[in-house]
Ligand binder design. Structure first.
Ligand code: SF4
Length: 71
């Protein structure tokens, strides 16, 4: 994982926002963590598009859908 690249990371990124952090997972995680959130890849596509990345929303999604969408 230490030699992963932005291009590789973008293949696993479902973020629909035009963001300079896309593919730079350390910056993405730090940004959302500071805001009490999780990165877009923790959410199913339809939820990710709505932009609510709160931990509260993540818990609600997992309670409703389980975690199989994360695989
Ligand atoms: S999840 Fe957030 S920080 Fe990461 S690329 Fe998308 S908008 Fe940017």
């Amino acid at each position: 994982m230490a030699d992963c690249t932005s291009t590789q990371n973008k293949k696993n990124c479902n973020c629909s926002f035009n963001c300079a952090r896309a593919g730079i997972c350390c910056r993405c995680l730090n940004y959302h963590r500071r805001n009490g959130e999780l990165p877009g890849c923790y959410f199913p596509g339809d939820i990710e598009k709505a932009g609510d990345r709160s931990i509260k929303n993540f818990i609600a999604v997992v309670q409703q859908r389980g975690t199989s969408y994360l695989v």
